[in-house]
Design a protein. Structure first.
Length: 298
């Protein structure tokens, strides 16, 4: 399965702090925002990932993440010149995806929960078996009228999508993580821009719904989904990460630790990556993780 992180856009809701830097490069407590969606793809076992940015900010992402080889990944980059909709990512990334299944995650979404890696792998296995064509993730919210809402039957099969409904039939907001089979590029190519001139991800999801191939997975109790698109939500996300990390003594979205857990790098390589950041608490954590796995002390 291929992965895409959509990290474009102007971040206008976060002005003035995004006038000089991409929203996805802003810190969420102790790491750049893009670490969080990248960690989701890594937890899912995805190693071949396309990062879509604005043309102007792509060098900054390259400087931060490189080609991914230090983490056992392959990272490529592409540009979205104008914010023409989430579904445009499949056209930009068509050569990257080919005819394979694909996971798309928005660069400003944060997911966290016990057993999330297992949930993701189970969903991918269903796609690979042909049980589903699309897997969406729903999260309960207090104000579903502000979101696109998914309605599912008892088996989890998606039966309707409601856009900002006045009288919601569900409180499950559809999050910014999407899994699709190899049909997604062709579906995206057949889309017509909406009234606001964008290729809408909802139209992709509706196509799978009409084919009876879409599933809605409920991320309920025990999971957190945070959208960092406003000043308040950005601060709240940082506080959430800070509290959990301080109380539990583990780092959320630690890329080096995930790569080590997956066997994509060894303990000595992990130690070296931590040492390069050793004057920070993050770097010290990475080194401690590596030493606990048998790396030679430096």
């Amino acid at each position: 399965m291929k992965g895409i992180i959509l990290a474009g856009g102007a971040g206008t809701r976060l002005h003035p702090i995004t006038r000089a830097v991409s929203k996805q490069l802003l810190p969420v407590f102790d790491k750049p925002m893009i670490y969080y969606p990248l960690s989701v793809l890594m937890l899912a076992g995805i190693r071949d990932i396309l990062v879509i940015t604005t043309p102007e900010e792509q060098p900054l992402f390259r400087r931060l993440l490189g080609d991914g080889s230090e983490l056992g990944l392959r990272l490529d980059y592409a540009a979205q010149a104008e914010p023409n909709g989430i579904a445009q990512a499949f056209l930009i990334g068509a050569d990257h995806i080919g005819d394979e299944a694909c996971a798309l995650v928005l660069g400003d979404n944060i997911f966290h929960g016990q057993g999330f890696a297992t949930v993701l792998r189970d969903c991918i296995a269903r796609l690979e078996r042909g049980d589903d064509g699309a897997v969406l993730f729903g999260y309960p919210v207090r104000d579903p009228e502000r979101y696109g809402v998914g309605v599912a039957d008892e088996s989890g099969r998606l039966v309707d999508i409601e856009e900002k409904p006045v009288a919601p039939r569900s409180n499950r907001a559809i999050t910014g993580l999407y899994l699709y089979d190899g049909q997604v590029v062709d579906i995206a190519r057949g889309l017509t821009p909406s009234a606001r001139g964008e290729l809408e991800i909802t139209d992709v999801n509706r196509e799978y719904l009409e084919r009876d191939q879409a599933r809605l997975v409920d991320l309920g109790r025990g999971f957190a989904w945070l959208d960092t698109g406003t000043h308040d939500s950005l601060v709240e996300a940082g506080q959430y990460v800070q509290i959990l990390e301080h109380r539990q003594g583990v780092r959320i979205a630690c890329l080096e630790e995930i790569a080590l857990d997956r066997g994509w790098i060894d303990a000595d390589a992990c130690l070296a990556l931590g040492a390069a950041q050793g004057k920070s608490g993050y770097g010290e954590y990475v080194m401690n993780v590596a030493r606990a796995r048998g790396a030679q002390a430096r």
